[in-house]
Design a protein around this ligand. Structure first.
Ligand SMILES: Cc1cc2nc3c(=O)[nH]c(=O)nc-3n(C[C@H](O)[C@H](O)[C@H](O)COP(=O)(O)OP(=O)(O)OC[C@H]3O[C@@H](n4cnc5c(N)ncnc54)[C@H](O)[C@@H]3O)c2cc1C
Length: 379
């Protein structure tokens, strides 16, 4: 079922959002095995106004400095279900790129799609050897090639994809918005997604060959997708979703130990202390990265600072999530890691979702920044 087929979007209210998250968390174990994916979850997010929360005039309008609150929101969705968090983050990320690079008509068209039709966006940059080429065909363009890791491929009705364009005027890595209703179901390879975790994200391979589109669907100029600090700075958003998974593990671990009357044991308390410290560390990184993002994104002299801090936030949250899983694993033991306990799934989801692009290169860039700026961030 397509999300755009239901009623218009409502204004965002925190209390409705929290109720939606409770339902999403309850659905998670069932949704993992549903071939349709998290359809109901996105209806819930849509009904509480979360899909349009960043649009002009709304609670987390991108035109105002709201990044700490946005990161909190992403974390909350990730805490309820990491797969839903991944798809939701892609939707927010696409709206941000439209906010940054869309022209007036494009903003009006794509924002209205979210407001009036409940459109859900995906963002797919990753590809294999058979990646995307955009060829000019008289007045229009035609695509050849495929994308991999297309989260929400069978659920989203609009997708931002990237590919190589070469025309007389344009050359480089180009963004465009694809209408997924024009992509045949046969082009979505469901057999391509047999992951350890994050099954419900349905991150299938999609073949876009033969898709036709016009100039008005090209977003920004070639190369702009990689513009800094937005490209690297965006890592704080997926880190927020990941940290939500660590918070879910923290809460489920304590709940499990309480149910077994094991919280008085000093060894368990030691591990709980470590888990809670790591989650707190992650939250401190996340909150500060949100504050710095708002302050530094409008100050070009702080571009390198913003990138370095976002890189550090991402890798530190990754480390914290890994430590939380290690300690929780020992706390709950084999029985606690079996279904129907939620930890069985959350461990798989978080382990898999932590694998994001260029983890080693990100650490090298952090070192490079401090080697060049031994004084750090000079606040
Ligand atoms: C659940 C999930 C959903 C996703 N959804 C989307 C999506 O919607 N859209 C999208 O565009 N992408 C998506 N991705 C893809 C994601 O952005 C990354 O591209 C992907 O996770 C990186 O995969 P990898 O770990 O196999 O990378 P790799 O690059 O293979 O990295 C694995 C390891 O190899 C190292 N390494 C990398 N290159 C080299 C080299 N040349 N020599 C030696 N070592 C190397 C890395 O540092 C790392 O340690 C998703 C990923 C996941 C896990």
């Amino acid at each position: 079922m397509n999300i755009s087929q239901t009623a218009p979007v409502k204004t965002f209210k925190r209390v409705h959002f929290e109720a939606a998250l409770k339902s999403i968390a309850k659905l998670a174990n069932t949704t993992e095995h549903s071939p349709l994916g998290p359809v109901q979850e996105f209806e819930l997010l849509r009904e509480c106004g979360a899909l349009e929360v960043v649009l002009p005039g709304n609670a987390l309008d991108f035109n105002t400095p709201n990044t700490p609150a946005l990161l909190e929101l992403l974390k909350d969705v990730g805490k309820a279900n990491l797969s839903v968090g991944r798809i939701f983050e892609g939707h927010i990320n696409t709206l941000y790129l439209i906010h940054l690079y869309g022209n007036t008509q494009q903003k009006e068209k794509w924002y209205n799609g979210v407001k009036e039709n409940g459109d859900l966006f995906g963002i797919w940059n990753t590809q294999g050897a058979d990646g995307i080429n955009i060829n000019c065909n008289h007045e229009s363009y035609i695509i050849s090639g495929s994308k991999t890791f297309c989260s929400g491929a069978s659920l989203v009705n609009k997708a931002l994809i990237t590919g190589n364009i070469k025309t007389a005027q344009n050359e480089g890595w180009q963004m465009l918005i694809v209408d997924m209703e024009k992509i045949s179901d046969e082009n979505i390879d469901r057999e391509s997604w047999k992951p350890l975790g994050m099954k419900a994200s349905g991150s299938f391979k999609v073949n876009f060959s033969g898709y036709n589109f016009k100039d008005c669907d090209l977003l920004g100029q070639p190369g702009i997708y990689l513009n800094q600090p937005h490209f690297s700075g965006g890592a704080i958003r997926f880190a927020a979703v990941q940290l939500g998974g660590a918070e879910a593990i923290m809460e489920s671990t304590i709940e499990y130990l309480k149910a077994l009357n094991r919280t008085e044991d000093p060894f368990q308390q030691l591990r709980i202390s470590r888990i809670c410290s790591e989650v707190t560390t992650g939250n401190l990184w996340l909150r500060q990265s949100g504050r710095y993002y708002d302050e530094w994104v409008i100050d070009y002299t702080r571009t390198q600072d913003l990138i370095a801090f976002a890189n550090m936030t991402r890798v530190n949250i990754e480390e914290s999530c890994l430590k939380v899983m290690e300690e929780s694993n020992r706390c709950v033991g084999a029985r606690g890691l079996m279904a129907p306990y939620p930890l069985e799934r959350i461990f798989r989801d978080l382990s898999f979702y932590l694998r994001q692009p260029a983890p080693d290169a990100t650490r090298l860039k952090i070192a490079e920044f401090f080697i060049q700026n031994p004084g750090g961030f000079n606040d």
